[in-house]
Design a protein around this ligand. Structure first.
Ligand SMILES: NC(=O)c1ccc[n+]([C@@H]2O[C@H](COP(=O)([O-])OP(=O)(O)OC[C@H]3O[C@@H](n4cnc5c(N)ncnc54)[C@H](OP(=O)(O)O)[C@@H]3O)[C@@H](O)[C@H]2O)c1
Length: 327
């Protein structure tokens, strides 16, 4: 049986690599056809994934004008194996024509959890995240509401996405946080100073966009173009000619190491964080079967502390414009 990782004090066990399901509906071009998306998510379970990430705001417009609700795809795909998987979803962001609206009021948390349960077709959510901090609501209020949902059995554990230390400590003091979900990859290391806090409080880091939105796989070229509006890569700085130029040395190192380890660059980008800390769980997203398997198999690529340091030292010297970019 493959190694499992633990979501902090909740004790919930997950595969070391989770599947980010966002791309089936949102942010990477037109949504995947429903049947195909469901097949891919089921195949991921068959391969060994037991941790699946979605959110209430992951939606997209299908070619026939209907809405693709990512939670519905995930829920339907995993229904037959519901008790063997860990489903994480998120609340707190609504996209409107005027931009993203943040709302983490207790009322909104309650209406959102009911809607997510319905779309997922389940009577409990394993891990429920506050997707973004709402400056109008104190962390204690959010934590209190999440604690009530745990008591009521609607969620098993809770987490926060894109949090810093102060907010996390205040929230955790009210209802222990199982995991945070922050952006973390070789291109985005701004949360590394938070690592001692996560260790101290026994909180897992679920790393989103762990391959720098696919960039670190080396599968893309400076001449590639992405459809504006529906494919967020069209405005991501790493996909500009300057971004490719800045990352050249890193991509060369990954290719060299890859030859030594018989691993792809994408696998190395995941192995780098898997080998760094036993409580980091990357959730790469892909809509393609071979890549979903390739990403899961990064758990078998072992990097020594010296090799990790070598990569980090290089990252420290590269002044990459992609650092801290937002997807
Ligand atoms: N909490 C938040 O605010 C937040 C924000 C962003 C994302 N997320 C979560 O994190 C998950 C992952 O993040 P992400 O999708 O933004 O970034 P990512 O996992 O770093 O990269 C995904 C991109 O890489 C490509 N890709 C994946 N595996 C590949 C491989 N082996 N070789 C070549 N290309 C590959 C995918 O394309 P194909 O699909 O064509 O393979 C996709 O375009 C999301 O699905 C979502 O669940 C959370």
């Amino acid at each position: 049986m493959q190694e499992q990782r633990v979501l902090g004090q909740s004790g919930i066990k997950v595969s070391p690599v989770g599947l980010g399901c966002m791309g089936f509906s949102h942010a990477y071009g037109a949504p995947t056809e429903k049947g195909q998306a469901i097949r891919m998510i089921r195949k991921a379970f068959d391969m060994g994934y037991t941790f699946f990430d979605t959110a209430e705001c992951y939606t997209g417009i299908n070619p026939d004008g209907s809405i693709s609700y990512n939670e519905e795809l995930v829920g339907e795909a995993l229904k037959p194996v519901r008790d063997q998987v860990v489903i994480a979803t998120k609340m707190g962001i609504t996209f409107t024509p005027d931009g993203a609206v943040l709302d983490s009021s207790p009322e909104k948390i309650r209406t959102s959890v009911e809607s997510s349960l319905k779309r997922l077709g389940t009577d409990y959510i394993d891990l429920y995240y506050q997707h973004r901090i709402d400056p109008k609501v104190e962390p204690e209020v959010v934590a209190e509401t999440m604690g009530q949902l745990i008591k009521e059995g609607k969620i098993r554990a809770w987490g926060i996405s894109e949090t810093g230390e102060e907010y996390l400590r205040r929230a955790h003091a009210v209802t222990p946080v199982a995991a945070i979900q922050n952006r973390y990859s070789m291109l985005a290391r701004e949360y590394e100073p938070l690592f001692p806090v996560l260790e101290e409080l026994n909180i897992a880091l679920v790393a989103f966009s762990p391959m720098g939105n696919g960039f670190l796989t080396g599968a893309y070229k400076a001449t590639d173009t992405f459809v504006g509006g529906v494919d967020y890569r069209s405005h991501m700085p790493q996909y500009t000619p300057e971004g490719f130029a800045a990352a050249e040395k890193l991509m060369d190192l990954l290719a060299d190491l890859g030859r030594e380890k018989n691993a792809s660059s994408g696998q190395l980008s995941l192995a780098w964080m898997l080998c760094k800390k036993p409580w980091i769980i990357p959730i790469p997203g892909s809509r393609k079967e071979a890549r979903i398997l390739e990403n899961l198999n990064s758990q078998h690529v072992i990097l020594t502390p010296e090799e990790i340091n070598r990569i980090d030292s290089l990252l420290d010297t590269l002044k990459m414009p992609v650092y801290g970019q937002r997807g």
